[in-house]
Design a protein around this ligand. Sequence first.
Ligand SMILES: Cc1cc2nc3c(=O)[nH]c(=O)nc-3n(C[C@H](O)[C@H](O)[C@H](O)COP(=O)(O)O)c2cc1C
Length: 375
Amino acid sequence: MPVNLAVTFTGLRFENPFLLSSAPPTESDANIMRAFDAGWGGVVTKTIGLHPVVNVAGPKTKFLRADADSPRVSMQKRPGTALHSSWNWELISDKTLDWWVPRIARIKQAHPNRVLVASIMAGSGSDEELQHWQTLARACQDEGADALELNLSCPHMDRKDMGSNIGKDQGLISIVAQAVKEVSRVPVWAKLTPSTTDIVEEARAAFLGGADAMSSSNTFPSLPLIDPETLDFEMNVDGLVSSGGLGGPAILPLSLAKMAQLTKAFPDKAFSGIGGVSDFDQALNYFLLGCGTVQVCTAAMLDHAIGPTVIKTLVQGMRATMEARGWNTLEDFRGLRRDRVVSHSEIRRPDSKTYRGGYDAEGYAPTPASSSADR
Ligand SMILES: Cc1cc2nc3c(=O)[nH]c(=O)nc-3n(C[C@H](O)[C@H](O)[C@H](O)COP(=O)(O)O)c2cc1C
């Protein structure tokens, strides 16, 4: 049987399981059309809201790079470095719902078989705010959006009833999910924040509210580094900085840990993995933990703004891996490693005769007993 990359996720058919996540690559209809032409199976729009949005003066995103031959990590562009992460303090779309509405319709007319997910966000402090969620949901689905993703996870909101501040409050999560489900005819995904002590509880609250899937992770709260020469933050406005979000390679293991908690707690539910993916070997981690789709931001931003090379690499990598292993569809390997993540006490210990206190591993000083003369 030939390899089939198509998947069904929350009842929607995707040509392949790779989406551009809600971020600059999906901030306009022009970008989204280019993304579909390039081969992305789906796209989540930049988050759409009803409140006015004004971004900070100056750059909204920069990239940290690591030297190969020194411990230096810095936003300064220099040759011979590898991407470490993205750092951003960009808010949601600064375009209005009225701007988005005709564009959602045009994108769907041009690409009826690709999946367009509308990311939406409002407050949650009053009935009026909850109605904003419903207004956004109705407007986007009426124009043809195939699903809604609730942004419960933007890490740089001052408002206590928005973004990751909702995502840390199980009560608000349930209320928002329920309010959107009341009016939605399309699947509802909830994008959770990794900035919480027990993401399983937040997911449970979203599922209780009726959400059909969880997306994780949004960026991790973080600061830019301080330049040792100038003593200024590498990214600042008038010398000032506030907490922003870390994405890209550095968050892959962090986000996987969150995802493992989620897929183990809810093995029969739908999950979309996000964080640090630029090729199939990385995406495979999310699939093996049980995810049904994977989303990409940072890698696409650095590849002609919408990731034409990234999607080609993901699709080729998935096909090659499946052919080599004799897998026909994603269902042949989704979740294969979910049950290998266990509590620490379930990990086998060496028998006491051979135990050397762990001191012969990289990063530990040799003890006299395990010095080279003894070995
Ligand atoms: C500049 C920038 C803007 C973003 N804006 C949004 C947004 O509007 N809504 C949202 O849900 N996530 C937003 N994100 C988060 C990404 O969708 C994604 O969750 C995160 O970057 C992790 O994926 P990555 O490691 O592939 O970058 C943004 C990320 C970046 C870097």
